[in-house]
Design a protein around this ligand. Structure first.
Ligand SMILES: NC(=O)c1ccc[n+]([C@@H]2O[C@H](COP(=O)([O-])OP(=O)(O)OC[C@H]3O[C@@H](n4cnc5c(N)ncnc54)[C@H](O)[C@@H]3O)[C@@H](O)[C@H]2O)c1
Length: 258
């Protein structure tokens, strides 16, 4: 296996993209720490990964809280022996125009999506420096490359992740730590397909959520079909195995940001 014996930590790994990324990394040989604010979901994914023949632990974390983020990293190193690949994926969305948006909405999305990536990286770097090897993979979005209506705050948080990734890659360029970002396009997780998701919010009159989901895929994505969590996992495995790729924000979006 390409990544045999490496230890990967995936935040927001309890469902959606994080789960897909964690399982692809496990397929490639990694032992995995699944960290999520929802411990029950994290435990379920960790059990699935154990069935794949890998070691796995579940950790409860709120990525906006420094003490919890430090304990997450310490627990991973203590129980799995190292931390080689960190996928900072936990994220939240809300769908509101700037006029509708409250200060609390802004703070919550920026705190989880942008500050969370900063705090996780800050806790992950010292161990990676010590072992002179590491991969930091931040999950941004195509909304970190272009704006979308009702998502100004989300876009601001994801542009922040792309800028942070680029700057940190330069800061660490002389070490054997690479820092890259995945920019997913449209995937049918809770962010799109749940009750509070984009397909519901961007529904036409008399349109069901399913019809809206189909129409949005066809109209927004040149390839006409949504991407999958496994697609994002494939890119994470690539970043983890590519020593000379750093500072990049790569879109997996069926051509949306061509
Ligand atoms: N689904 C998409 O179309 C899409 C597109 C572009 C980018 N993304 C990004 O991908 C990442 C994953 O999104 P998803 O679609 O899987 O969403 P999701 O809502 O299905 O999963 C997000 C996970 O993060 C966890 N989480 C939320 N807040 C947290 C916190 N404070 N601390 C720890 N964990 C927390 C949730 O419990 C959940 O398990 C996010 O960063 C998101 O912005 C998603």
């Amino acid at each position: 296996m390409k990544l045999d014996g490496k230890v990967a930590l995936v935040t927001g790994g309890g469902r959606g993209l994080g789960e897909g990324i964690a399982k692809k990394l496990a397929e490639a040989g990694c032992n995995i720490a699944i960290a999520d604010i929802d411990l029950d979901n994290a435990k379920k994914v960790a059990e699935d990964i154990k069935k794949m023949g890998r070691k796995a632990i579940a950790v409860k974390v709120d990525v906006t809280k420094w003490e919890q983020v430090k304990s997450m990293v310490n627990k991973t190193i203590k129980e799995l022996g190292s931390l080689d690949i960190a996928v900072n994926n936990a994220g939240v969305i809300s769908i509101k125009s700037v006029e509708e948006l409250s200060e609390e909405d802004w703070d919550h999305v920026l705190d989880v999506n942008a500050k969370g990536v900063f705090l996780c990286s800050k806790a992950e770097i010292p161990h990676m420096k010590e072992q002179n090897w590491g991969r930091i993979i931040n999950v941004a979005s195509i909304a970190g490359k272009q704006g979308f209506p009702d998502l100004a705050h989300y876009s601001a948080s994801k542009f922040a992740v792309v800028g942070f990734t680029n700057a940190l890659a330069k800061e660490l360029a002389k070490t054997k730590i690479t820092v890259n970002a995945i920019c997913p396009g449209i995937i049918g997780t809770q962010m799109w397909y749940g009750d509070k998701g984009l397909a519901n919010k961007w529904k036409g009159e008399k349109e069901s959520m399913e019809e809206s989901w189909q129409r949005n895929q066809e109209s927004l994505i040149p390839q006409g079909v949504a991407q999958t969590p496994e697609d994002m996992g494939g890119l994470a495995v690539y970043f983890a195995t590519a020593p000379h790729v750093t500072g990049q924000a790569v879109a997996v979006d069926g051509g949306m940001t061509l």
